[in-house]
Design a protein around this ligand. Structure first.
Ligand code: PGA
Length: 249
């Protein structure tokens, strides 16, 4: 069965609630495409107004982070149950910015993945190497380790529903997109790793995105690769260009 492409925007720390609603209204007609899943991952404070603004459209809403505990004394955190109650369907887990600035590790990523799945939120699980790691030739080993830890105790049935985003850190926000060959090579290695952890069926079902300076110009070739099932888009998701990326064909 062919995998449905999934194209997600990652707004990061941009857009106040009123700006967010205006952007959704602007992008709504531009991102219509029944053939792909379209997800807007937005700041926590924007979730509720954005869900309201996106009603009746094909846009699904995701959070950019959540905490792995059920509830309680964790000042400032947001739980899976809160996201579900608000109508959130996806959550980005372990983005490299969270790993770099907020001390997230493969272990906390794994806990968050398990918690999201427990509450039937689809995790978009991020992995990616630094420029140094790429230059040292350890990209695939590094990514395989990130994936193996992220999926600890995740069942095959659950894994098949998740999304992995391969985002080379050196390509994020730099305008320096990975070559199609580099992106395909790593996405293929990720699929093989999932095949080793689980089985061929799970590997064939899981969706793997590329992320890092995706633009309207680079999207068509990237998304045409056998193992690339869409993209996680930062900068370009805040512009009408996102409509072109969603309608890349
Ligand atoms: P970018 O960000 O498209 O601005 O490079 C991608 C991401 O961080 O998810």
């Amino acid at each position: 069965m062919a995998r449905k492409k999934i194209i997600a925007g990652n707004w990061k720390m941009n857009m106040t609630p009123s700006q967010a609603v205006a952007l959704v209204n602007e992008l709504k007609p531009l991102v219509e495409n029944k053939e792909v899943d379209v997800v807007f991952c937005v700041p926590a404070i924007d979730l509720i107004p954005v869900i309201e603004a996106a009603k009746g459209s094909n846009i699904q809403i995701g959070a950019e982070n959540m905490y792995f505990e059920e509830k309680g004394a964790y000042t400032g955190e947001i739980s899976a149950e809160m996201l579900v109650d608000a109508g959130v369907k996806y959550v980005i887990i372990g983005h490299s910015e969270r790993r770099e600035y907020f001390a997230e590790t493969d272990e906390t990523v794994n806990k968050k993945v398990l918690q999201a799945l427990k509450h039937k939120i689809t995790p978009i699980i991020c992995c990616g190497e630094s420029l140094t790691q790429r230059e040292q030739g350890i990209t695939i080993d590094w990514i395989r380790q990130q994936i193996k830890i992220a999926f600890l105790q995740v069942t095959a049935e659950q894994a098949a529903t998740t999304v992995i985003a391969y985002e080379p850190i050196w390509a994020i926000g730099t305008g320096k997109v990975a070559t199609t060959e580099q992106a395909q090579e790593v996405c293929k290695a990720i699929r093989e790793c999932i095949g080793e952890i689980y089985d061929a069926q799970t590997a064939a079902a899981i969706r793997i995105q590329y992320g890092g300076s995706v633009s309207a110009a680079s999207a068509p070739e990237l998304f045409a690769q056998e193992d690339i099932d869409g993209g996680l888009v930062g900068g370009a998701s805040l512009k009408p260009d996102f409509g072109k990326i969603v309608n890349y064909k």
